[in-house]
Design a binder for this molecule. Structure first.
Ligand code: MG
Length: 204
């Protein structure tokens, strides 16, 4: 698979929404350990807005921009801010209606750079960044011309990153007040973002 088309990308987004919906309760329960227990609902709402805005897209830059703004306008909270930032950053780094492997890498690099403007969380802080950062780094390092394989690299790294949060102590936002109590549980955001990358890889 040499190129990622708009149609492929829409399929990936729909698959991510479907998978996240199936695991909505799990993400909320994880969030309840060190937060307010709304992450399942928040991520499903955000991805619903994403898929809705993607429907009429025919070109990457405009579609990603529409997605980013739609998420931020329709839902509030940190999940939608970060998802919105991801898509707006991806929009800055994308063009056309079909992307090569290196263009896909650039697109996700742009997305991560814009998310990093919204949060100071680093890898190891037990947040969604523990899935997103390794995923984008793994894409960068993935030596392939095959888009399917590229997302396989991303998914594997995101899943490992999320699994690694089990042993971490929450170090960011309100969750850090829970200190040691946060150890032993996967971070809800890292889990849901890893789920997205896993869905991307599996549907291609
Ligand atoms: Mg929450």
């Amino acid at each position: 698979m040499e190129n990622l088309t708009i149609q492929d990308f829409k399929k990936m987004l729909s698959a991510a929404l479907e998978q996240v919906k199936q695991r909505e309760d799990e993400f909320s329960k994880l969030d309840a350990v060190i937060g307010d227990g709304d992450h399942g609902t928040a991520i499903v709402q955000a991805l619903t807005s994403v898929v809705e805005a993607a429907e009429k897209g025919s070109e990457f830059k405009t579609m990603l921009n529409d997605i980013g703004f739609n998420v931020m306008l329709q839902t509030s909270g940190s999940t939608s801010t970060l998802i919105g930032a991801l898509f707006l950053g991806m929009s800055d780094a994308a063009q056309g209606d079909s992307l090569t492997v290196s263009q896909v890498k650039e697109m996700f690099k742009g997305g991560l750079a814009n998310v990093q403007k919204q949060t100071k969380a680093q890898v190891g802080d037990k947040t969604m960044m523990d899935a997103l950062v390794p995923a984008v780094q793994a894409m960068e390092a993935c030596d392939t011309e095959d888009v399917r394989q590229l997302f396989g690299c991303a998914a594997q790294a995101a899943l490992k990153g999320a699994a690694d949060t089990v042993n971490m102590k929450a170090n960011f936002g309100r969750a850090r007040n829970y200190g040691e109590r946060s150890i032993g549980y996967t971070d809800s955001g890292a889990s849901s973002w890893a789920c997205m990358f896993e869905s991307f890889a599996n549907v291609l």
